[in-house]
Design a protein around this ligand. Structure first.
Ligand code: GLU
Length: 497
């Protein structure tokens, strides 16, 4: 039985702002968000920004922007506030400190003056001899007076958690099942560094406990951290939340997911013309399935159908081609006026950013062209950005690359006289240059010349489009208009004679 009506459910997404939002972390955010929305619980964002070396302030804004773009909102978080704030760890340092001092008072943590450098050397020697280094607690029984005197002298110190000996630390992960670890394998690890900053396993547990988080949904890479965090809950005498670790996402070749598998930041997908609906749908299927066959889910479907029980522990493979396919699906289903807007924006960005482009000043203009051509390309494009490949010759002065110039060289077809015939055939259509009339006349020409209709179309496509593929040719010619079509054909003729 699940408790989907329990609206005290509180989940959190806790990114470390070290860069953009990527596929893996977007999936973690999504599963948390879906669970909160499904159960009527709260979705919280907490920024884990205490690693000053790796922290990038701008990353916070970018991560939040990407989450919004994907369609996620949050109930508590930085900027939006909430009853359990602050929501940035860097603003919670006093909380970690006070809590650590309470643990010292309760004899569950202690002050340690050992220098990390000395310990690192000891660790190295021990490991060289095949041993497993474990801190030997030499500071655990320092007399009070000595501690005070050394603190007064300004000696740097850390705070270590006193890990109980031989205790079974056990949790029932909703995905990975029962996991238990003997506390004897864990050393008295540092919870507060000498610079006053908390360590990850400590701060994350303090925050989750104090923010009343009920379910921790995060990547499988944190599975091995969980026992250390359980120790903090135990020391604080707080019941731990439920744990749900999400399976690894690998590249299509089974190796660690990276850029070369097509995994780029969510922001880059946005720039590359992916639709948020497609990304969300795709990442929802990385480790979760509703049944064996359904692959297309809207956000509402996902909220409706999502369940933690259907997350599987087998690592999933990121398949860029499948994501592209899915995006193509969403493009086809998108309301046409919305798609048009996206394509117009893409075309404008392209024309403005490519400095060397020679823009065409004639023709029906961007908006009109896109309005007329969109129905004919939406079946073919897989991303909005890809529409540029289909459409750029509508807006730029045609340049024939060497391949296009030599295209008819070794073909048993003399393109120049054929183009002449085409010009003559099209002339009477000057005032009614419609795709159907163009097609009818060219079919007649094909018969007259005894030349296949496909060949005629090929000659026109190379001449008017300078590419081997184009949107449907006669519609394309109609939109280019009579004058531009003819001038392109004549230009090409001149080039190849
Ligand atoms: N800041 C951690 C990360 O980005 C969060 C881990 C957790 O969810 O506990 O991996």
């Amino acid at each position: 039985m699940n408790n989907y009506s329990d609206n005290n459910i509180r989940v959190r997404f806790a990114p470390s702002p070290t860069g953009f939002l990527h596929i893996g972390s977007a999936r973690t955010a999504l599963f948390n968000w879906l669970y909160a929305r499904k159960t009527g619980g709260s979705f919280i964002i907490r920024i884990e920004d205490t690693d000053a070396k790796r922290h990038q302030e701008e990353a916070i804004g970018l991560i939040l922007q990407s989450l919004k773009w994907l369609g996620m909102d949050w109930d508590e978080g930085p900027n939006s506030g909430g009853d359990f704030g602050p929501y940035r760890q860097s603003e919670r340092l006093d909380i970690y400190k006070e809590n650590a001092h309470k643990l010292i008072e309760d004899k569950k943590a202690y002050i340690c003056f050992c220098s990390p450098g000395d310990l690192a050397k000891e660790r190295e020697v021990c490991q060289k001899n095949g041993g497993v280094f474990k801190y030997d607690r030499r500071c655990l029984s320092l007399p009070h007076e000595e501690i005070s005197a050394r603190k007064d002298r300004g000696e740097p110190y850390t705070i270590r958690l006193l890990v109980p000996a031989n205790e079974i630390l056990e949790f029932d992960d909703i995905v990975y099942g029962k996991i238990s670890v003997n506390s004897g394998t864990i050393e008295d690890y540092i919870i507060m560094r000498s610079n006053g900053l908390p360590t990850y396993n400590y701060s994350v547990a303090v925050d989750d406990a104090m923010m009343n988080i009920t379910h921790i949904i995060r990547g499988e890479d944190h599975l091995s951290n969980t026992p250390k965090q359980l120790l903090v809950y135990n020391a604080m005498e707080i019941t731990p939340p439920k744990f749900i670790h999400l399976p690894m996402i690998l590249g299509s070749d089974g190796h660690k997911l990276s850029k070369r598998h097509g995994s780029i930041s969510i922001e880059t997908y946005q720039e590359d013309g992916f639709l948020p609906e497609a990304i969300v749908n795709y990442i929802a299927l990385l480790g979760w399935a509703y049944d064996e066959k359904t692959t297309l889910f809207s956000l509402t479907d996902l909220i409706d159908k999502f369940s933690l029980e259907n997350i599987n522990k087998k690592s999933s493979r990121f398949d860029y081609q499948k994501l592209l396919w899915m995006n193509g699906n969403y493009i086809r289903e998108l309301d046409e006026s919305l798609l048009r807007e996206l394509i117009i924006k893409e075309v404008r960005t392209y024309l403005d950013s490519e400095k060397d482009l020679k823009r065409l000043t004639s023709g029906p203009g961007i908006e009109e062209t896109i309005k007329r051509i969109t129905p004919h390309i939406k079946e073919r494009v897989k991303t909005v950005k890809e529409s540029i490949e289909w459409l750029s010759p509508f807006f730029t002065i045609l340049e024939y690359n060497p391949e296009m110039r030599d295209y008819f060289n070794n073909k048993d077809l003399d393109a120049v006289p054929v183009l002449n015939k085409i010009i003559l055939t099209l002339e009477p259509l000057k005032s009614r240059f419609s795709s159907s009339d163009i097609e009818d006349s060219l079919r007649e020409l094909s018969e007259e010349l005894g030349l296949s209709f496909r060949k005629i179309a090929e000659v026109i496509r190379i001449a008017t489009w300078a590419k081997k593929v184009s949107p449907p040719l006669f519609i394309t010619m109609e939109i280019l208009g009579y004058d531009l079509t003819i001038s392109r054909i004549s230009d090409y003729q001149k080039i190849i004679t």
